[in-house]
Design a protein around this ligand. Structure first.
Ligand SMILES: C[S@@+](CC[C@H](N)C(=O)[O-])C[C@H]1O[C@@H](n2cnc3c(N)ncnc32)[C@H](O)[C@@H]1O
Length: 261
């Protein structure tokens, strides 16, 4: 990738994951607390998906859970409320970290998932939702998740996979692996797959959940719809939504565990 292409890529990633993340937290403040969780989970699929992952990973009260690439912190908050886990969030975008701090009150570290600032075996479990498909060095990223959980500890992933060899549209900053490439990367980094399911096989979000997230998006669009950063983020989301709708990109939930050696 040329320097100007990579600058463009990081610009569109920053629009979506940094600027819009902060605008989202501001809109929640206007609409009320009950909008926080649905709005902050928009990047990661349905409550049913989070439940599937939490149960297959055996998350339970007191589990020290790392959420790498945590975004605005919705999934971590969901796991804390529903399963009593103690989450720590790591996320490279400052705006998303500030939004997560403002909406929920878990520890948040501004950090690249390729260089996590935690000692080996700090966590009982780790998950990473919708992040691997934005990373070129997938094995380096998975190795960091493996390193920071205890031996035998669960590692959960939501990965958007490429169902065809070539995509008609390649959204900036995304590198979707095929399912086979993903399984090979997991094997190579010492993560044993215990279970997997396509996200689409699980129930969608409840209507009131979707409606709350929609209201937050409407406020953000009303305030910032003329801003080219909102327009770039929107175009990016529409491209990815189109690929998923056409079945060319498929969301897969993976429950894995760190092998003991
Ligand atoms: C689709 S969003 C998902 C956010 C959140 N996990 C969720 O499910 O709501 C992808 C996230 O990956 C983060 N990300 C991108 N590159 C990353 C990296 N190198 N390390 C960790 N996170 C990264 C982005 O900043 C963004 O917050």
């Amino acid at each position: 990738m040329s320097d100007s292409a990579s600058e463009e890529t990081s610009e569109s990633m920053a629009d979506e994951f940094d600027t819009v993340a902060w605008w989202t937290a501001t809109a929640v403040a206007e609409l009320g607390e009950d909008h926080a969780l649905p709005a902050a989970c928009r990047g990661s699929g349905s409550p049913a998906g989070l439940d599937w992952l939490a149960r297959s990973m055996g998350l339970t009260s007191g589990t020290r859970l790392l959420d790498s690439g945590a975004g605005v912190g919705g999934p971590a908050e969901y796991a804390a409320r529903s399963y009593g886990v103690r989450p720590t969030l790591a996320e490279p975008m400052e705006g998303a970290c500030q939004a997560a701090r403002r909406l929920f009150h878990h520890p948040v570290v501004v950090s690249d998932g390729l260089a996590l600032p935690f000692a080996d075996e700090t966590f009982d479990a780790a998950w990473s939702l919708g992040v691997l498909c934005t990373i070129e060095d997938k094995r380096g990223y998975l190795a960091q998740l493996r390193r920071t959980v205890v031996p035998g500890g669960p590692v959960g992933l939501l990965v958007y996979t490429r169902a065809v060899d070539e995509l008609p549209d390649q959204p900036d900053g995304n590198a979707f692996p095929s399912r086979e490439e993903l399984l090979a990367d997991l094997r190579a980094t010492g993560l044993e797959v215990l279970d997997e399911t396509p996200l689409a096989d699980l129930p969608g979000s409840p209507d009131d959940w979707d409606a709350a997230a929609d209201r937050v998006e409407e406020v953000v669009a009303r305030r910032h719809g003329d801003d080219e950063r909102w327009q770039r983020a929107q175009a990016q989301q529409e491209t990815i939504g189109g690929l998923i709708g056409d079945g060319l990109v498929v969301g897969v939930l993976i429950s894995a565990r760190r092998t003991k050696n």
